[in-house]
Design a protein around this ligand. Structure first.
Ligand code: PEP
Ligand code: MG
Length: 578
């Protein structure tokens, strides 16, 4: 038995055999093949090349993508036709009697090193293209090897170096009971998806290959961030017992989900859900959500071929509204860039993408994408209670600019005699320190605020939310963050606009209490977390929450804040249900 500690990402306990997914970045093992198999390895290589070329062609043709992406894809395709490169791989398979993937890795890596050592900067940079190509071809070969395995329906826990948000969203939930990754942090988008889907997950475990053998039995303890490899019988029994307990308690909580979220001293609170896909509305409502407080529309991009057109947008919003049956829907416009689909949308590589052309700024840079989405949102406004919010607003100038574009799009619809919602509330996400500090100015021009504490924490503390190496520093309880939250809440209240907290923090028991004490009355959390947040609200008086928050605000370090909050909430709410 071995216990590995990582970052808790999505609560729950999953128990199943490990299923390793090779990512292709590691050197494939040297597999010698018998003479009789050499031809079939050569064929596999030829097929992988063809499939890679086809992928690149599709990328080059994909409408709506930046030209730069098209030209990179075409030049990569040419690389894959280079006769010397192809001959060397074929010779490596024949003469070395190795598997196709080993031969590809050896030859490509030789070329990569050669390019990397060149004097000419332009050619030296081409080594990056070769790394990319090697990965593409290897992915084909590995996918080919794994296809048979994918047909399996045996329950398993996915073990992988990393998982992109769209891969997490596409996971076969009936087969994969949980996942563990080497990289990633607690508020990465992959983590958010895992929570939405209710899949227990632990990320940031560091190199896993040596610790998790292929046939190992794993326990994933998503709330504690612990993975147990090949558990002893008594440990397994304990976990099964805890798993049963959590499930039973969740069932009870769900039965209480319809009860209103109101503190015992009569302070009503709104609890809405965060979704990435319209189908999640049903689960959110079953769990007692009052509506949807954050619809992350970037994920629309993963559902079809590329950037969605106006009809695809409208269909998604109509579907969500229909399922909501009159309850409110807050849609965030595209938040592309940095950790969110940057490469897929064709955002050129930047030296510092987190501070580059992303989110609202990227929408300004791509007016055709932005206007298409706004047209659909305005049209959906004629069908139900929809609000629009803009991500990463950093100044009043940006908010005004976005509003002007929205007005202009509305005018366009009016001229075309297309029905639209004329009074759609427009909100600003407060997730950049400048927006929080200047929230008094923004409050005059926004209809509501939604505080994205994931990014607000990342940008205020200069801690990458998806980097496991700095995960310990990612603490929304840092006094600096608490002061920013207090400022935003105060200014929102002064301007009499709604202030919602929609970052992951809102769903953590201790922080729910703290936010209540700050005066926050609107929480938007993962659908699975709604019943628990409502229970917390029902368990503590607003007066007590204010007292606790006042003490927390006087403490100088996040460690002291967290320890104090844990002690207080344990007394009031009992131990966490995990
Ligand atoms: C946030 O930053 O807190 C937020 C809610 O948005 P996202 O997690 O999608 O960046
Ligand atoms: Mg954000």
């Amino acid at each position: 038995m071995r216990i590995v500690k990582g970052i808790p990402v999505s609560p729950g306990i999953a128990i199943a055999p490990a299923h390793q997914r090779r990512t292709g970045t590691a050197m494939p093992a040297q597999r010698l093949v018998p003479h009789s198999q050499i031809e079939s390895e050569l064929e596999r290589f030829a097929e992988a090349l063809e499939a890679s070329r086809m992928e690149l062609s599709a990328m080059a043709d994909k409408s709506g993508l930046a030209d730069a992406v098209g030209s990179i894809a075409s030049s990569h395709r040419e690389f894959l036709r280079d006769p010397t490169l192809l001959r060397q791989v074929q010779e490596a398979i024949r003469n070395g009697r190795t598997s196709a993937e080993y031969a590809v890795a050896v030859v490509f890596r030789r070329w990569i090193e050669k390019f990397r050592a060149l004097d000419d900067e332009f050619f030296r940079q081409r080594h990056l293209d070769l790394i990319d190509l090697e990965q593409r071809v290897l992915r084909q070969l590995i996918a080919d090897e794994e296809r048979a395995d994918e047909a399996s329906t045996e329950p398993a826990i996915l073990v992988t170096q990393d998982l992109t948000p769209s891969e997490a969203a596409a996971l076969d939930k009936s087969r994969f009971l949980g996942f563990v990754t080497e990289l990633g942090g607690a508020t990465s988008h992959t983590a958010i998806i895992a929570k939405s889907l209710g899949i227990p997950a632990v990320c940031g475990l560091g190199p896993l290959a040596e610790v998790i053998p292929d046939d190992a039995t794993l326990i994933v303890d998503g709330a504690r961030g612990v993975v147990v490899v090949n558990p002893r019988a008594d440990v397994l029994a304990q976990y099964r017992e805890r798993q049963g307990r959590i499930e039973r308690r969740f069932r009870i909580l769900k039965r209480q989900a319809e009860l209103p979220a109101e503190t015992p001293d009569g302070w009503p609170v709104g609890v809405t859900a965060n979704i990435e896909f319209p189908f999640e509305v049903d689960q959110a409502l079953r769990n007692g959500a009052d509506g949807i407080g954050l619809y992350r529309t970037e994920f629309l991009y993963t559902e079809g071929a590329g950037v969605p057109n106006e009809e695809a947008h409208l269909e998604a919003y109509s579907l969500a509204l229909e399922r909501l049956q009159g309850r409110p829907l807050v849609v965030r416009t595209f938040d592309f860039g940095a950790d969110k689909f940057a490469a897929e949308v064709g955002i050129p590589a930047e030296p510092n993408p987190a501070l580059g052309s992303r989110s609202l700024r990227y929408s300004f840079a791509r007016p055709e994408l932005f206007r298409t989405q706004l047209r659909a949102l305005l049209r959906a406004g004629a069908q139900g209670r929809i609000s629009v919010m803009f991500p990463m607003v950093s100044s009043v100038t940006e908010l005004r600019r976005a509003r002007r574009i929205m007005d202009d799009v509305a005018e366009e619809l009016r001229r075309e005699h297309i029905p639209y919602g004329a009074k759609i509330p427009v909100g600003a996400m407060i997730e950049i320190p400048s927006a929080a500090v200047a929230s008094d100015l923004l409050a005059r021009e926004a209809d509501f605020f939604s505080i994205g504490t994931n990014d607000l924490t990342q940008y205020s503390l200069a801690v990458d939310r998806a980097n496991e190496r700095v995960a310990a520093l990612f603490r929304p309880s840092n006094p600096a963050i608490l002061r920013l939250l207090q400022t935003v809440q105060t200014e929102g209240a002064r301007a009499q606009i709604r202030v919602t907290v929609c970052g992951e923090m809102a769903a953590e028991q201790t922080y729910t209490v703290l936010l209540l004490g700050l005066g926050i009355r609107h929480f938007s959390v993962a659908p699975a977390a709604v019943p628990e947040v409502k229970r917390v609200v029902r368990s503590i008086t607003r007066r007590r929450a204010v007292e606790i928050t006042e003490v927390a605000l006087s403490l100088p370090t996040p460690e002291e804040v967290d320890a104090y909050l844990a002690e207080q909430t344990d007394q009031i709410l009992g131990a966490t249900w995990t």
